[in-house]
Every structure is written in structure tokens, then in C-alpha cells.
Design a binder for this molecule. Structure first.
Ligand SMILES: *[C@@H]1O[C@H](CO)[C@@H](O)[C@H](O)[C@H]1NC(C)=O
Ligand SMILES: *[C@@H]1O[C@H](CO)[C@@H](O)[C@H](O)[C@H]1NC(C)=O
Length: 559
């Protein structure tokens, strides 16, 4: 088995090498022709555009931030929120100013002077400890329209809690606020959240809670979702995608449906995805592909990876993880799953929507399931990138750091992917195969390779707020000539935990051809996303793309 995998990996690397060699050949031939005067124009039409792919790299940002981030979210103020459990015992970073946390109900340390949540600054890699009181173990969250993070549930004294964090910049002192008035109506440990078009929060599931509710409440209590009730084990951290008609696509285990939460009716059910269960403790991951043309395209969902149904029950066996991805166009009359093999099998992978609408699949293991101690083995060090248009995978360079249970990956506005966490232990443990991981890395996709600098767009001017359907212009500078394939994407900032990024979505805006204003400055006319179903009101990262190379992103508030 091991040998087969290694062979497959070699094969993939060889294939990647081959395609790279092909690109280099194309470039060499072109250079030759240019020298001979036979090629007048580089990349003459979008169809012939074939920029060299460049190389992806890894960077170690911090050797020890002091906590293993189980939940991670990037704020519109440019900081990254790290959050672990509070009942994990002492972390390796103290609270600020000699502060201590006294909580008689904490299961590990009732008097605790260490921190379990941080603000990480991805520009200078500095950290600032935060204070969270009740237990956030395996909790859920999402940003509200005004950029405040609403974070819900957890364990023990945290299981019904609602907490907020209103983000600040690197010089701020923002911290957690626990609501004294708002409580979840059910205990929610391993739940998933989705921001609704009207700004309310939808909170779904959790262990022993096959229900959903709204914050603020609609006054009608909680609602049972039979899909979750029937799955008692494989229903934790269900996948939710807000569809562009305002209904919710919900996936648990191998099954899915569309819920109209306004009438509490199930509008549609889907065939089971072939293969393994896909949710906790067999976690794969899921995204909805970028909605196109401002949000008028039909939504399509991707689910990748997972683990054998036997895996969580018998960790000795270390069953191989799922190798498959399925995609489904949910509005088809008779939707079915189109299945594909990933180059590397994987559970506990994170899926990250990149600014160019490709999907990064990163972190995780090739055997076993989610859980503490020896639940998983054989870490997957190579990410892969999936291109939805060509249905193809590209194996990416390996990290040296295994990221298994309780690890995260989040897109930063500059295009890097921040990778944090990994802890398979009940407390911080620095011995054995998978020590608690306190290092923070960035995966820098090939689009960040400096060889693309001559085609990389940069924003010269952009709005800070965008209204639904309203026209607006941006100006970008592009050093070299503009050749086709200019685009603008809006990407949300999700709350990432347990291989699923709650609230992750992307919209490609409809644009007019760029208008040249000066030697290298172009104006692009576009309009805001169609409506709040397409992009619920919130802060988004706006990226300009040229030949699939994204600019540094800017934060815009969609309202
Ligand atoms: C953001 O909105 C939430 C919910 O309405 C509110 O509780 C919070 O105070 C708001 N934050 C700011 C900074 O206004
Ligand atoms: C678990 O798997 C191992 C190895 O395949 C096997 O020997 C053992 O009998 C299994 N245990 C159970 C309880 O099924």
C-alpha cells in the first residue's frame, strides 16, 4: 500500500514536471520566434495565453505562537484570530499584563494565567494574547455584516454561549466579549454556522443537537432537521452552502438536501454521494464553486475526501482515507454526483477558495479518522489545487510539518494561505509522532511567484463599500501589456475549523473590458453582486485578476 502511494506520488510529480517542461518549451520557442521577428506579440489572444505556472513555496512565519489554533478566522482589519479550547490546560503563552482567568467550571485549570486565543499579525508575525472565559472547544462562528465575529457554542460551560469579537488593527486592544443576554437555545458542540442574507446567523447541529436555530431568534424555538437526526454519528460540523436563491444546501455523512429556512421545509433531496462518509469524524471538506457573472450562474458544490465508515471505530486498522471528490449542480432537474479521484487520498483536509477561483486542498492524513491520539496516520504533506474549469488537480510542493487533527488553513488578502494548528492530544503534548504544533506557516501558491510580477495587477483605486447591483469602477495598474482574462472576485472570510470553512464563498463580478487610462493604469467597470443571497452582507476580499494572477486583495464591505 505504502509503496503504491509512493509510486503514485512519483507519477504525479513526474506529470507535473512534464507539464512544466512543456511550458518552458513553449516559452523557449516563443523567445526564438521573437528573436527572429516572427512573433510580434506575446500572448496575442486569451486562447493562446499560457503564462508560465511559476512555483509555489512554503514560508515559516512563526516558530511558536504559544497556542495550537483549532479555529481560525481572518479579520477585515488585517489580523488573524486564533482560537483553541480553554480546557486544554496551560498553553505556552501568558495572558497580557499579568492577567489570569478564574473559572471554577473549567475542566483543566480553574486558575489559568495562559492564553487560549490570539490575534496574529500576518504582516510582522507578531501575536497578542486574548482572554476568552467559557469553553470554546469545537465551537462554530462567522462574521456578522459589520465585521464583528459571532462565535457560538463549545463544551461544558461554553455549550450554549454566544461570544463576539469586534476586530481591531495591530495597534488595537479588542478582545472577546461574552454575551450576558444571548444564549443558544440548544447546546451546540461541533455545530456549523451560516450568515443569512438578512444578517441573522443560522446555527445548525452539534452532538446530540440535530436541530437548527437563528440568532437573533425568530421566537419560534428550534427546528429539527431529520437529516441530522438520522445520522447520529456522522452529522457533526455539517456542510452548509447558502445558495443564490437564498435557500440552504446542507450536507451530512453522505446525504444532502435544500432547506428553505423561511418556511422550514425541505425543498429537495439529493442522491447519496458514492464512497465514504464525509463529515466528522470522517471529515472531508466542501466548497461551493465561485458564483459567476455577479451571481447569476447555477451553484455547484464540491465535496472531497473523507474516511471509511469503519475508521473511527477501529483506529488500529488505520483504514485508508477517501480518494474521491464529487461535484453536483444542485439546480439540475435530476442532479447526480460526478466523481473524480484526487492525486492523493485524504481526510481532515481543508479546502480554501483561492482568489483565482481554484480550490486548494491542504492538511490532513492518508489513514484513519478524526480524533485524539493515534486516530490518524500518514500525514499528507503535499497540498493539491483543483481547477473547476478543467476538472484537473495539480500536486503542490510539500510542507515539512504534518497538520492533522485540529489544524486550519485560511486565505489572506495578499494571496497567501495561512496554515496553523494541529493537535491530536487532550493537552499540549510535545512528544510522539504528532506533537502539538505551535508553528505557523504560509503556503504561497504559484501565482505569487515573482516571475508573474510583470502581469500582476495592483489596485490603484477601489471602493470600500459595494452595493448590490450598483455600478462601480476600479483602477488597476498592470506593468506589462493587458492581454485578456481580466477579472474581479469577491471572497468571504470564513471561520475555519475541523476541515470545514464556515461561510466560505466567492463571487466573480461581471466586468467590461479594461479601459486604458495611462501607460499602465486601466479602469474596469463592474457592478456589485446581484443581491444578498449571492453575497450576504459582510466584509469581503476583492481581488483583481490578470491571466489568472491575482492582485493583493483589498477589503470591501458589501451591503
Ligand atoms: C455588530 O453587530 C452586532 C449585531 O447586530 C452587534 O452586537 C455589535 O455590537 C456590532 N458591532 C459594532 C462594532 O457595531
Ligand atoms: C481492528 O483492525 C485490526 C487490524 O485490521 C483487526 O486485527 C482487529 O480485529 C480489528 N478490531 C475490531 C474490534 O474490529
Amino acid at each position: 500500500m505504502q509503496e503504491t502511494m509512493q509510486f503514485e506520488m512519483k507519477l504525479q510529480t513526474a506529470k507535473a514536471d512534464l507539464s512544466l517542461r512543456r511550458e518552458i518549451w513553449v516559452l523557449l520557442v516563443w523567445l526564438l520566434l521573437v528573436q527572429k521577428g516572427e512573433a510580434q506579440q506575446p500572448f496575442a489572444s486569451p486562447a493562446q495565453t499560457s503564462p508560465s505556472p511559476g512555483t509555489a513555496t512554503w514560508a515559516l512565519l512563526h516558530k511558536n505562537v504559544g497556542i495550537a489554533s483549532m479555529h481560525t478566522a481572518v479579520t477585515h482589519t488585517g489580523q488573524v484570530l486564533f482560537l483553541d479550547r480553554t480546557d486544554i490546560g496551560p498553553s505556552l503563552i501568558s495572558l497580557a499584563n499579568g492577567l489570569c482567568r478564574d473559572n471554577q467550571r473549567d475542566m483543566s485549570s480553574q486558575h489559568d494565567c495562559t492564553s487560549h486565543s490570539l490575534m496574529f499579525n500576518p504582516i510582522d508575525n507578531s501575536v497578542r494574547p486574548l482572554l476568552v472565559i467559557t469553553d470554546t472547544w469545537c465551537s462554530s462562528g462567522q462574521f456578522l455584516p459589520n465585521g464583528t465575529l459571532m462565535q457560538t457554542g463549545g463544551y461544558n460551560d461554553g455549550v450554549q454561549r454566544v461570544r463576539w469579537l469586534t476586530p481591531c488593527g495591530s495597534d488595537g486592544s479588542c478582545d472577546w466579549v461574552e454575551s450576558s443576554t444571548d444564549l443558544l437555545q440548544a447546546g451546540r458542540w461541533y455545530a456549523s454556522n451560516q450568515l443569512l442574507p438578512d444578517g441573522r446567523m443560522f446555527v445548525l447541529g452539534g452532538q446530540y443537537s440535530p436541530t437548527y436555530e437563528f440568532i437573533p431568534s425568530n421566537g419560534l424555538g428550534i427546528f429539527t432537521l431529520p437529516l441530522l437526526e438520522s445520522k447520529n454519528y456522522f452529522n457533526w460540523y455539517p456542510f452548509i452552502h447558502l445558495l443564490p436563491d437564498g435557500t440552504l444546501y446542507i450536507f451530512a455523512d453522505r446525504d444532502s438536501l435544500i432547506l428553505d429556512y423561511n418556511t422550514n421545509t425541505i425543498v429537495k433531496t439529493f442522491p447519496s454521494i458514492p464512497g465514504e462518509p464525509r463529515n466528522y469524524p470522517c471529515a472531508g471538506s466542501s466548497v461551493m464553486f465561485a458564483l459567476e457573472n455577479g451571481g447569476t450562474s447555477a451553484p455547484e458544490v464540491l465535496v472531497c475526501g473523507g474516511a471509511s465508515i469503519m475508521a473511527p471505530g477501529n483506529v488500529t486498522a488505520q483504514y485508508p482515507a477517501s480518494q474521491t471528490c464529487g461535484r453536483i449542480t444542485v439546480w439540475d432537474t435530476n442532479p447526480g454526483w460526478s466523481m473524480q479521484d484526487m492525486p492523493i487520498r485524504r481526510n481532515m483536509g481543508d479546502m480554501v477558495m483561492l482568489p483565482n477561483s481554484q480550490i486548494l486542498i491542504i492538511n490532513g492524513a492518508q489513514n484513519g479518522a478524526q480524533g485524539w491520539d493515534n486516530a490518524a496516520s500518514n500525514p499528507v504533506l503535499n497540498p493539491v489545487i483543483y481547477d473547476p474549469d478543467s476538472w484537473s488537480f495539480q500536486v503542490q510542493p510539500a510542507s515539512t510539518i504534518p497538520r492533522v487533527y485540529h489544524s486550519t488553513a485560511n486565505l489572506l488578502p495578499d494571496g497567501r494561505v495561512l496554515v496553523a494548528g494541529s493537535n491530536c492530544h487532550i493537552h499540549y503534548t510535545f512528544v510522539g509522532e504528532f506533537p502539538t504544533e505551535l508553528r505557523v506557516e504560509a503556503f504561497q501558491p504559484a501565482y505569487m511567484d515573482p516571475i508573474h510580477d510583470s502581469i500582476k495587477p495592483l489596485f490603484v483605486s477601489n471602493p470600500i463599500t459595494i452595493s448590490y447591483g450598483a455600478p462601480f469602477d476600479v483602477q488597476v495598474s498592470i506593468p506589462g501589456p493587458v492581454q485578456g482574462m481580466v477579472g474581479l472576485t469577491l471572497t468571504s472570510s470564513p471561520f475555519t475549523t475541523h476541515s470545514y470553512s464556515q461561510g466560505q464563498r466567492q463571487v466573480k463580478l461581471a466586468i467590461s473590458p479594461p479601459m486604458q487610462l495611462s501607460s499602465n493604469v486601466y479602469s474596469i467597470s463592474t457592478k456589485g453582486p446581484l443581491n444578498a443571497n449571492v453575497a450576504p452582507p459582510s466584509w469581503y476580499m476583492l481581488h483583481a485578476l490578470h491571466q489568472q494572477i491575482p492582485s493583493y486583495g483589498v477589503w470591501v464591505q458589501v451591503q
